[in-house]
Design a protein around this ligand. Sequence first.
Ligand code: SME
Length: 285
Amino acid sequence: MNNKIQNFREERNKLNERILAKENNASIMKRIYGLDTFAYMERGTGLNSKQKEIIGLATSMVLRCDDCIKYHLEKCFELGVANDEMMDIFGIANVVGGTIVIPHTRRAIEYWELLNNERPLPSPFDRETKEKRYKEVTQSLKSLLEGIENQTSVMATINEVLISSIPYFYWVGFYLAEEKHLTVGPYQGTHGCLFIRYGEGVCGRAATTRQSIIVKDIQKLNDYQTGNIGKLHITCDPRCKSEIVVPVINRNNKLIAVFDIDSLHINAFDEVDKHYLEEIIKIYF
Ligand code: SME
């Protein structure tokens, strides 16, 4: 990965953790971070994530915060903002903010091009890097979620921490177990399907069997599935190439949700992901 991108991501994560680890200011900062997550979260009404990130980017440019600009460029990239859309964002930010925004636009175009040159997408990590990153994620969650009981806040925070720390994650979210079907809950990424029937798709099958499922190559599964065996996989975003779903079973042994992660990369998930994701779910539900 390009050094500028890697340094930015690592420094941001490391320093965020240091802020959150300081107990005397933790409660205010934690709330501010939580509010930030909430503000950009897609909630099924109002603006979608991509629109929110575009606003976040334009306003960060007008306020001339290079770190904020980089962060929103990354999110816009993940959410599929196209080059000509990006040029419109730059244009509007410069019209509103004036020519003083031009130097920030220079740095923004450089970072945007670096992100685009990163294609093909970031590969899944090797085993060692995966384990290291999951341990860091587990540690961040521990400091962020201490004493938090609200299930939605826990789900939203897990989503945010994972998607911003693990580059091969593209869609991360929960489907809630309701009487008749699974209903989409907190998630980060492009539009999720709103309902999934029990027994259908990867999520519905993980819910029924109460077992984690890894799909290494979604296309192969789609090619294999035929009308008479029912839906083994449900396509929400055709760009997704592999998927893992972990059932969320609470301490009373009740299935309350499934935790679904998609990647744009074939074969992104393995036993290491399964192990750590199941651990995270066991800790918080
Ligand atoms: N692919 C899932 C549907 C949910 S989306 O991936 C967000 C499935 O087959 O259950």
